[in-house]
Design a protein. Structure first.
Length: 81
């Protein structure tokens, strides 16, 4: 899942949260290439977060707020800038 966040200076950053297949550890470069080929360079992430699952809202949609909290510095997701 690709999502955005803003830093303290209101600069937008694109992140990718990925649930890797068993035994796989994709690199940021691999994810950037994958996203660029399908969505364009604008959506290519600056950071990669390997997560165990994508949190969902009660409606079954990705919960971006929970994902931002999980992937924030000190959160429970691994980050690879």
């Amino acid at each position: 899942m690709v999502f955005g966040s803003r830093d303290e200076e209101s600069v937008e950053h694109v992140h990718a949260a990925v649930v890797p297949a068993a035994g796989q550890r994709p690199s940021l470069e691999e994810i950037r290439d994958f996203v660029t080929a399908r969505k364009g360079r604008l959506y290519a992430p600056d950071a990669l977060h390997l997560v165990t699952g994508i949190p969902l809202t009660a409606a079954g949609k990705p919960d971006r707020r929970a994902l931002l909290e999980r992937t924030a510095p000190g959160g429970s997701g691994e980050r690879r800038p």
